[in-house]
Ligand binder design. Structure first.
Ligand SMILES: CSCCC(=O)C(=O)COP(=O)(O)O
Ligand SMILES: [Zn+2]
Length: 200
């Protein structure tokens, strides 16, 4: 895979953040976003309105989560992003959103969310048919990023990402484009599951 230069990465990451915010997936400054660079990763500053994100809202951190460039405080969840990049060399992007479907369903199904029979499952890497049962992992929430990272490590591999209970989606991908696809597919699938739960 050709590794994009930092300027391209920054532009693509800002576009991904604006896109997610326009979907309504980052309410009340929720969500954080990052992309791997040669030096570490670019990550959003804490507490920013993602509908108004701009270049100086991104910080450069090394893989220990230490800020290398930028003056603001990194996302409160930056150390989880760092842990993901350390955990799996194939991860080049992490996109985290707070949506109603992911928040509600991760509380309802803390053991994981089963998906079966949805054509959209094929948007998740490694899936070639709707005719399979797959599970979206859910990890317990914590304010301690080391504890959260340990939960993720113990359930790895999670090739498209995972949900944090009562919190939201963490999508991962080997590029910003594949991470966006995973995020959009997970959100779509969760919306379907939530809608179906109203049938009876
Ligand atoms: C406002 S939602 C609570 C914090 C959170 O979960 C989140 O995703 C945003 O935190 P950040 O420090 O990245 O702004
Ligand atoms: Zn969050």
């Amino acid at each position: 895979m050709i590794v994009p230069n930092t300027e391209t990465l920054q532009a693509d990451l800002l576009a991904a953040i604006s896109w997610a915010a326009q979907q309504g997936w980052t309410p009340a400054t929720g969500g954080n976003f990052s992309a791997r660079t040669e030096a570490g990763y670019l990550v959003t500053a804490s507490g920013r309105d993602k509908t108004r994100i701009q270049a100086d809202d991104l910080l450069l951190c090394n893989l220990d989560g230490k800020v290398l460039e930028g003056n603001s405080k990194p996302s409160a969840e930056s150390n989880l992003h760092a842990a993901l990049y350390r955990l799996d060399a194939s991860i080049n992007c992490v996109l985290h959103t707070h949506t109603v479907a992911s928040t509600v369903l991760s509380r309802r199904f803390p053991e994981g969310i089963e998906l079966s029979g949805f054509e959209m499952q094929k948007a998740l890497q490694g899936n070639v048919t709707h005719d399979a049962t797959i599970s979206l992992p859910v990890v317990p929430n914590s304010q301690d990023m080391e504890e959260l990272a340990e939960q993720v490590r113990s359930g790895w591999p999670m090739p498209w990402g995972f949900l944090v209970a009562g919190h939201g989606i963490y999508a991962v991908g080997d590029s910003i484009a594949s991470c966006r696809r995973h995020l959009e597919a997970i959100e779509f699938l969760l919306a379907c599951v939530l809608e179906e739960s109203r049938w009876s």
